[in-house]
Design a protein around this ligand. Structure first.
Ligand code: ADP
Ligand code: F6P
Length: 324
């Protein structure tokens, strides 16, 4: 028989993402409305091991839906990757009466949730990462805000790049995934988009592209480079030397991870947060929430972690075609 849940814990883990607060709010308020107690765990798995656990009421999550970051704080915790750390985490959950846990984060955080589930704590993961790199879902909380922030910043760089007739390399986040680069590359009309999943490291192609664009009268050349490729500053030096075109590198960095979440991020976070609470209250465990084919659904964590995701081929081809 499914375990009946009395207290749900919530933690955010890995890199923060805009919309995590909206998810925390939704998890907490839906659980409370289901008659279940709620506890917030600060600083991810590290905070769990340090017993940084606070009671949460409906008012604990007031005035946070519009705020970036996470009110619970987040961390990366090496100790939680060990069997001892995971056993300790489960013991602390038992001690505080936490029998269900919602983990908001990425694939790494899901592995922690899977470990806790094996130790008898019911767990559900919510996809929270700006990188969009979770295979079981078409959407991850934070992506929309991050690409809009990056797009606006890139527009600004483009203005000055055009005025000075320069080439600009703009590096965007995404860890090993190229989704932020692809979306910004298309939305900002970049001449070259470098994705870790596709890049052949042949810089001569970029150089030839810049030279032929100059001949055709283009006054700027925008290259969106994904963090997973990196080395934008040295790339700029080599490209300038080979083309004679002044080239500058801009690394957007952490600004992409902050800021007030967009409507889309708040909405998805709110629905996913409620669904996570409901799933736990139904007694399910070792699940993750996803959005696929226009529907909010849940998967087994094991199944979700085994899935693969790649840059859609048609979108990639279009991204190159539109830059002519
Ligand atoms: P993300 O969740 O965004 O993928 P990380 O990969 O940094 O971010 O993982 C976040 C945290 O999840 C780690 O710091 C660690 O505490 C926990 N974690 C990651 N991998 C595992 C694992 N294999 N087993 C248990 N916990 C893990
Ligand atoms: O996963 C989100 C992300 O911002 C990635 O895009 C980036 O590679 C990473 O986190 C940076 O992590 P940290 O905050 O540890 O520097």
């Amino acid at each position: 028989m499914a375990k009946s849940i009395k207290t749900i814990g919530i933690l955010t883990s890995g890199g923060d993402a805009p919309g995590m607060n909206a998810a925390i709010r939704a998890v907490a308020r839906k659980a409370l409305s289901n008659g279940v107690k709620v506890k917030g765990i600060k600083r991810g798995y590290q905070g769990l091991l340090n017993e940084e656990i606070v009671d949460m009421e409906a008012r604990s999550v007031s005035d946070i839906i519009q705020r970036g970051g996470t009110i619970l704080g987040t961390a990366r915790c090496m100790e939680f990757k060990t069997e001892e750390g995971q056993q300790k985490g489960a013991d602390i959950c038992h001690k505080h009466g936490i029998d269900g846990l919602v983990v908001i984060g990425g694939d790494g955080s899901y592995m922690g949730a899977r470990a806790l589930s094996r130790h008898g704590i019911n767990t559900v993961g919510i996809p929270g990462t700006i990188d969009l790199d979770i295979a079981c879902t078409d959407y991850t909380i934070g992506f929309d805000t991050a690409v809009n922030t990056a797009m606006q910043a890139i527009d600004k760089v483009r203005d000055t790049s055009s005025s000075h007739e320069r080439c600009s390399i703009i590096e965007v986040m995404g860890r090993n995934a190229g989704y932020i680069a692809l979306w910004c590359g298309v939305a900002n009309g970049a001449e070259d988009i470098l994705l870790p999943e596709k890049y052949d490291y042949n810089e001569q192609n970029i150089i030839n592209n810049i030279i032929s664009n100059r001949k055709r009268g283009k006054t700027h050349h925008l290259i969106i480079n994904a963090e997973g490729i990196g080395h934008s500053t040295s790339m700029a030096r080599r490209i300038e030397a080979a083309t004679g075109v002044e080239t500058r590198a801009t690394i957007l960095g952490y600004m992409q991870r902050g800021g007030s979440p967009t409507c889309k991020d708040r909405y998805y976070a709110s629905i996913m947060g409620c669904l996570a609470s409901d799933i736990l209250c139904e007694g399910k465990t070792n699940r993750v929430i996803g959005y696929r084919g226009g529907k909010f659904i849940d998967f087994d964590i094991e199944e979700a972690l085994a899935m693969q995701k790649d840059i859609p081929e048609y979108e990639y081809r279009i991204s190159k075609l539109l830059a002519i």
